[in-house]
Design a protein around this ligand. Structure first.
Ligand code: HAM
Length: 459
């Protein structure tokens, strides 16, 4: 009889000899490691703390939803829905889509959980999670991307648009992106947009043959999107194309003027940009994008969407929100070296024998529980290698344990910068670090709070 179990083992051994093929991450995805991961966590902390102050509640909705939600919510003719979604049938033959954005899911949840009935309006929520778009990957463009965003449901007041825009702007400012400018526009209400759409069709009709294939399709399905076409918009005749702001009716104009007035009051830097039309169908009135001077990709975008809740089966509810791409935001912060991320530890505890090791385990625990960042040795390295590892972590202090000293209750502390050494009683270590390290840590926290309070360090 042939022994299959032996054959299996044999295969693995031969595979190892040949070298087992490495599996790479899928195209358009990233691994968050080291500095990228630390900066990412820091950015999330700033976002969470800011959301708390503005009283936005955290919400988490599923990463996959029924395909129909995005077709109805985002729009059948949008690039996102026609070209970029990850769709599949699950084992129960249901059409499922990995969410390409967060708004449709939040609105679905608002309706399904009858938030309009149980909360005082407006409901203010924020989220942070991965989205999936089958785009051509490149710098700042991924297939698995992360967004943080806010959605406010239940207020049509222009004050709400201004709060949402200034929240996005202030988070950027706290993160050190003081050159953020909000590009803002109004798409008006349905009446204004219908008039504008007709004017656009009239204007572009003689140029139809010259437009790119996508714009030819947009001409029929959504002429507004011709305005921000990356291929065509530099053509000469685009300069004189109708401007949406000239087509706003009285109410739409009043709404937009008020938003701008409140943004002035909140000292948000903004530019009115009639080219901002956005790539999702649910917007009306205010639309905006967040830009910085040295990045030609928008860091975020959003706007008002007063009809989405009713389109998805809920009661008529005016809404406004935005989302910022965390991948782009973190890349931008890292490229400017303004991350404010701690890249050192407080102490590295060094030892050689078992008796010293027990003291190291005990001491590391005591210090960590008192709030200090502490590392020690886990793989029986020589003392020389432990010094190298302490340097790798930029340890401020080294704690050197040796049995003779420990018998007398003593430990050696070395300042890794000045190289000064002293022996102290082990039981005083917390007081020692409170005196020597806490001040440094407090000044880092103070820096951080200054940013939070909106100090314009670069201005
Ligand atoms: P969006 O403009 O499609 O809006 O996306 C918002 C942000 O997500 C973009 O500005 C960008 O930073 C980031 N982003 C989009 N696609 C990619 C990608 N392939 N790779 C990396 N980052 C990307 C929305 O998603 C709306 N849901 C925003 C909103 C919320 N409107 C109202 N409420």
């Amino acid at each position: 009889m042939f022994d299959f179990s032996n054959r299996k083992i044999y295969c693995i051994i031969t595979d190892r000899k040949k070298g087992i093929k490495m599996i790479s991450k899928p195209k358009g995805t990233v691994d968050l490691t080291d500095k990228l991961a630390r900066t990412w966590k820091y950015v999330e902390e700033v976002i969470d703390s800011c959301m708390e102050k503005y009283n936005y509640n955290y919400i988490r909705t599923p990463i996959f939803e029924s395909t129909e939600l995005f077709h109805r919510g985002i729009g059948d003719s949008t690039d996102i829905v026609t070209k970029e979604t990850y769709d599949f049938k699950d084992r129960g033959d249901r059409s499922i889509t990995l969410r390409p954005e967060g708004t449709a899911g939040v609105v679905r949840s608002y309706i399904e959980n009858k938030m309009y009935g149980t909360h005082n309006l407006p409901v203010k929520v924020y989220y942070n999670g991965t989205m999936y778009r089958y785009e051509r990957p490149g710098k700042g463009r991924y297939r698995e991307l992360s967004q943080y965003g806010v959605e406010v449901m239940g207020s049509s007041d222009p004050m709400m648009d201004a709060e949402v825009i200034s929240l996005a702007y202030n988070i950027n400012k706290m993160l050190g992106l003081t050159d953020t400018v909000v590009h803002i526009n109004s798409l008006g209400d349905k009446e204004s947009r219908d008039k504008y759409r007709e004017a656009l069709k009239e204007y572009f009709k003689p140029h139809l043959d010259d437009l790119c294939d996508d714009c030819k399709e947009r001409f029929v399905k959504n002429p507004l999107r011709i305005i921000d076409c990356k291929v065509d918009s530099n053509k000469d005749y685009f300069k004189d194309a109708p401007n949406i702001l000239d087509y706003l009716n009285v109410e739409s104009k009043e709404h937009f003027d008020k938003v701008c007035e409140y943004l002035d009051l909140l000292e948000v830097k903004y530019e009115i940009d009639p080219k901002i039309v956005r790539g999702l169908d649910y917007y009306n009135h205010t639309v905006f994008e967040l830009c910085t001077l040295n990045n030609n990709l928008a860091l975020g975008g959003g706007g008002r969407y007063n009809n989405l809740v009713s389109m998805l089966g809920g009661p008529k509810t005016p809404c406004v929100g935005y989302a910022v791409g965390l991948d782009r935001l973190v890349d931008e912060i890292i490229s400017r070296d303004i991350d404010n991320v701690r890249d050192d530890i407080d102490a590295f505890i060094m030892y050689v024998n078992e008796d010293e090791k027990k003291n190291a385990i005990y001491l590391a625990n005591e210090l960590r529980m008192s709030g200090f960042v502490v590392e020690t040795e886990y793989t029986k390295r020589s003392l020389k290698s432990q010094f190298k590892r302490a340097d790798y972590f930029n340890s401020k202090y080294l704690i050197l344990l040796n049995s003779d000293d420990l018998n007398e209750g003593l430990i050696t502390i070395k300042n890794n910068k000045t190289k000064e050494e002293e022996k102290i009683m082990m039981e005083y270590i917390i007081y020692y670090f409170d005196e020597h390290i806490s001040d440094d840590n407090l000044s880092i926290e103070a820096d951080f709070h200054n940013h939070e309070e909106g100090c314009d360090c670069d201005e």
